[in-house]
Design a protein around this ligand. Structure first.
Ligand code: GLU
Length: 505
């Protein structure tokens, strides 16, 4: 790999960043870091009609949450700025003039109505019309008009677009893709794409290629939906007499059914997030909650995205960001679409919650349960986390276990019918006596004395442990009862036992 790997994530601020966009950013980041390269954020905001207020800030916030900061970009700055295309108009005009001067582009004065009419007519004849090497000579452009006629039209303020002049010899265009290998396309099927619109703004194709060249981008890593644009881009590099970057087109992220591209609608239907962070549509006010607000840890979200289109080739699935940098290689990115599995996303969250140091969640736990835990010490919160993290998929589920805060008011009825025998209350009375003598009231001691009590009375675990659990929590599942009793402390434990005995008899 050459010394200076420079890659860019180049989103358009046309709405919230989709998780597929985050995956593209992630793969760019991993590739950059793996090769000691530079990860650049460039905002492609030339399409005024699709500009959405707040989208750029949303993109920056999302990358921050994910923990991969651009080395260069709109916020980070750098030597190749500005990093917002709307601020680079001068450069596009200069480069476009170059293409006009060397005959690789031309001005087209046909109105959009005229072009639409050509299309409609072709459709009626069962064919498809496009502005290309075959049709351009019958249109109104700087190839068919004289230089004087062009001057007059321009002087009159007649709007025009600038189009790329596709080579007319229908030759082979070679796109070499790091993931897909060599792709050959005949230039004969390509149209004369608009490079500058009638409003004077560059199109995506022009701005993208000019910027990738001027920002010294070594590898263009982007979604598969851009693959059809790659032959045009290759020809643009050629027309400019520039060396093209390497290309890598990432596989699509597919719906959970595997049928088609994953969309926001799939998320709404399946009840899973599609965006990293919550997004409020500025027009409708509609709020879409993101992974973050749904309780996902960013590490889990990223790990899940990593495996959408990349695999190490072995069974390993868990990678933190640093490990992913080490393991990542473009060779292991798949060509075929990657099916998204929402359950797997939950699974990753569970894994990361379990693996993390419980102390790092203290703040979040307190925030999530602000009222109930307002006067809790950090060590008490940590105790809860140590007991509960293994038992939840999301941190917010911890607080749903209400027995952590209050003695149970009710007891699972079915369980009582099955497990609460006439002799149970008596056992618990005796257990109370045993517990009241334990000093210090620690989990290990409670466990030892509990077992000794069972042995002395020749009782099975089930006869006493489950009723003990029911009395303290109201339910049949939960944390280790010895840990939980220690957490409650002696007097609360005995109090809850008393209250259950009097309620259940
Ligand atoms: N602005 C394009 C997008 O929104 C960038 C495509 C590319 O990376 O070339 O995805």
């Amino acid at each position: 790999m050459s010394a200076s790997v420079r890659v860019r994530f180049a989103p358009s601020p046309t709405g919230p960043l989709h998780m597929g966009g985050v995956r593209t950013a992630l793969f760019n980041y991993l590739f950059a870091k793996k090769h000691n390269g530079t990860f650049i954020l460039r905002i492609e905001d030339t399409d005024q009609a699709r500009f959405v207020e707040g989208a750029e800030a949303y993109i920056a916030e999302s990358l921050k949450w994910c923990g991969f900061q651009p080395d260069e970009g709109t916020e980070a700055g750098g030597n190749y700025g500005p990093y917002r295309q709307s601020e680079r108009g001068e450069l596009y005009r200069k480069e476009l003039n170059q293409l006009l001067a060397n005959g690789n582009a031309y001005k087209a004065f046909d109105s959009s109505e005229e072009i639409a009419a050509m299309r409609t007519e072709a459709e009626a004849n069962g064919t498809v019309w496009q502005y290309d090497a075959k049709t351009r000579m019958s249109m109104r452009n700087s190839l068919t008009l004289s230089a004087d006629e062009v001057k007059i039209l321009e002087a009159k303020g007649q709007p025009f677009t600038v189009r790329f002049k596709m080579p007319h010899d229908a030759r082979n265009v070679l796109v070499s893709d790091e993931i897909r290998g060599e792709i050959n396309v005949s230039s004969g099927v390509l149209d004369d794409k608009v490079l500058m619109k009638a409003d004077g703004l560059p199109t995506y194709h022009l701005a993208n290629v000019v910027d990738d060249h001027h920002m010294k981008i070594s590898h263009v890593i982007r979604g598969e939906e851009w693959l059809p644009s790659a032959p045009l881009h290759v020809l643009l590099y050629e027309a400019f007499d520039w060396t093209p970057p390497a290309f890598a087109h990432l596989p699509l992220i597919l719906k959970p059914t595997g049928n088609g591209k994953l969309s926001k609608r799939d998320g709404d239907k399946g009840g899973f997030p599609i965006f990293p962070l919550s997004w409020t549509d500025p027009k409708t006010g509609q709020v879409s909650k993101g992974y973050k607000e749904n309780g996902y840890l960013s590490e889990a979200f990223l790990n899940m995205l990593l495996l959408l289109g990349w695999s190490s080739g072995d069974e390993r699935e868990l990678y933190n960001l640093e490990e992913a940098v080490q393991a990542f290689s473009m060779q292991n990115v798949t060509k075929s679409g990657a099916r998204f599995n929402p359950d797997k996303a939950v699974w990753f969250n569970e894994q990361y919650l379990r693996a993390g140091e419980s102390s790092r969640y203290i703040e979040s736990l307190k925030k999530l349960n602000a009222t109930a835990m307002s006067d809790w010490s950090d060590s008490k919160c940590q105790q809860v986390l140590d007991m509960m993290l293994e038992r939840v998929q999301f941190l917010h589920e911890v607080g749903q276990h209400t027995y952590l805060f209050d003695a149970p008011e009710t007891f699972e009825e079915k369980l009582i019918r099955k497990k609460w025998k006439p002799e149970t209350a008596g056992y618990l009375e005796d257990l109370k006596t045993v517990l009241s003598e334990i000093e210090p009231f620690k989990s290990e001691n409670i466990e030892t004395e509990f077992k000794a009590f069972l042995a002395s009375r020749e009782l099975g675990f089930g006869a006493v442990l489950l009723p003990f659990r029911i009395a303290l929590t109201g339910a049949g599942g939960g944390p280790s009862m010895f840990d939980f009793a220690e957490f409650l402390g002696k007097s609360q434990t005995l109090g809850r036992l008393d209250s259950a005995i009097s309620k259940l008899g």
